[in-house]
Design a protein. Structure first.
Length: 403
């Protein structure tokens, strides 16, 4: 390893090299314990210790390397012995420990920090070539997110909102932007900050906190806030994802002479489809048009978007100086949790899944329109279980606690 490489490794570990006492343990001790706890969770889930082998999952192989390092170092065994209720440390290290014999102290320390719980997503090094190092850095200490089904809908919804223009990406600027509920793009993946631990001050006088970050590939990491900050700064494509916004829905306040430029309409279907029959008072089509609603629904019984049936107009709301596309995307985002999952056949016998029908009571639609008018609607989403609009943060909390 060149002097330049060693200097880079020392620089990367600079933030973590000095011990900070917390409950009698250094920051490095806490990282080693966190890394060992991941191995313990794997062992508990699979009823065996992680093993080496090309046929093994990459995460298991990483845990196996980590366990070898912990077994090989006396200081780690002493630290972890009181926690080792599964007797993981009593086993012999595998032949792969020979790899460490070719490393100097700085390299071994860098590998240990990565293999034993470092939170920097660019720090795990357990092989010698630069290409292999970069591949390992990409996954670092990430592990499978066991409750990813809880977070997958949130990440998918963010992508829809990006596609619809309700969210945009901006260059990452400040550590203060890293808060629970925020989304980022790092390493080509969307990342959701699900949890943030207690803020502490490092020996260098810098504030930091432990995070739980969920990635859209189904993995998670308990990285430090400064590690995520560094990764975003070093990634040329790193971005923060803004909170949803309606954008320029309205060009200004209504004045004399203004003309209605958008109409929100609510329709009820006369279809005899079983799902519609069972929920007729709740099944509504919500859309936006710039023409008269009567013209919009002409020939409804021949159009799949109207469920191949006649419809009745339940409510209309005229809005002025409006960006129709943004408004429609916004409405559909709000009521996404209650979108009707229905498939019908068009007049040619082809299956069609209409996208603008929702199981929503009319009074909630009225409330949503009022919030559109006063500009607060972007803070809300529909909770189908409570049959009401709730704050987005409140809804996320319910989803996260559903497990």
């Amino acid at each position: 390893m060149s002097d330049l490489d060693l200097d880079e490794l020392r620089a990367e570990l600079d933030d973590f090299a000095q011990p900070e006492k917390k409950g009698g343990r250094t920051v490095r001790d806490e990282r080693i314990i966190a890394g060992f706890e991941e191995i313990q969770r794997f062992t508990e889930t699979h009823s065996r210790a992680p093993q080496h082998g090309e046929e093994r999952d990459i995460f298991e192989r990483l845990y196996a390397v980590r366990l070898d390092r912990l077994r090989a170092l006396e200081e780690c065994r002493s630290l972890l012995a009181p926690l080792d209720h599964q007797q993981l440390l009593v086993g012999a290290a595998s032949d792969t420990t020979a790899l460490s014999e070719s490393m100097d102290d700085d390299e071994l320390l860098a590998e240990l920090e990565g293999a034993a719980g470092t939170t920097n997503i660019r720090d795990l090094r357990h092989v010698r070539t630069n290409a292999d190092k970069r591949a390992a850095e990409e996954i670092a200490t990430r592990q499978r997110c066991e409750d990813f089904d809880t977070f997958k809908p949130l990440l998918e919804q963010v992508q829809k909102e990006l596609d619809a223009g309700l969210r945009v990406t901006r260059p990452f600027e400040l550590k203060a932007e890293i808060e629970p509920g925020r989304f980022f793009i790092v390493g080509g993946q969307k990342a959701f900050v699900a949890e943030k631990g207690e803020v502490f001050t490092t020996a260098q006088g810098r504030t930091d906190a432990r995070l739980r970050v969920i990635f859209d590939n189904g993995t998670e990491s308990n990285m430090l806030m400064r590690s995520l900050q560094r990764a975003l700064n070093e990634d040329d494509a790193g971005r923060r994802i803004t909170e949803p916004t309606a954008g320029p829905l309205f060009s200004g306040a209504t004045e004399d002479g203004d003309e209605a430029s958008g109409i929100i309409y609510v329709l009820r279907s006369k279809s005899d489809h079983p799902m519609v029959l069972q929920n007729r008072e709740l099944v509504h089509k919500i859309g936006v048009t710039t023409i008269s609603v009567d013209k919009r629904i002409a020939g409804a019984r021949l159009q799949p978007t109207f469920l191949m049936a006649d419809v009745e107009i339940i409510a209309t709301y005229e809005l002025y100086n409006i960006n129709r596309t943004r408004l429609e995307n916004l409405i559909h985002r709000i009521f996404e949790p209650a979108r009707l999952d229905i498939e019908i056949m068009d007049r040619f016998g082809n299956p069609v899944v209409p996208r603008e029908w929702f199981l929503v009571p009319l009074f909630v639609v009225n409330e949503a329109v009022e919030k559109i008018k006063d500009g607060t609607i972007t803070q809300y989403i529909y909770d189908p279980n409570a049959a009401r609009l709730v704050k987005r943060a409140e809804f996320k909390g319910k989803v996260s606690g559903a497990e």
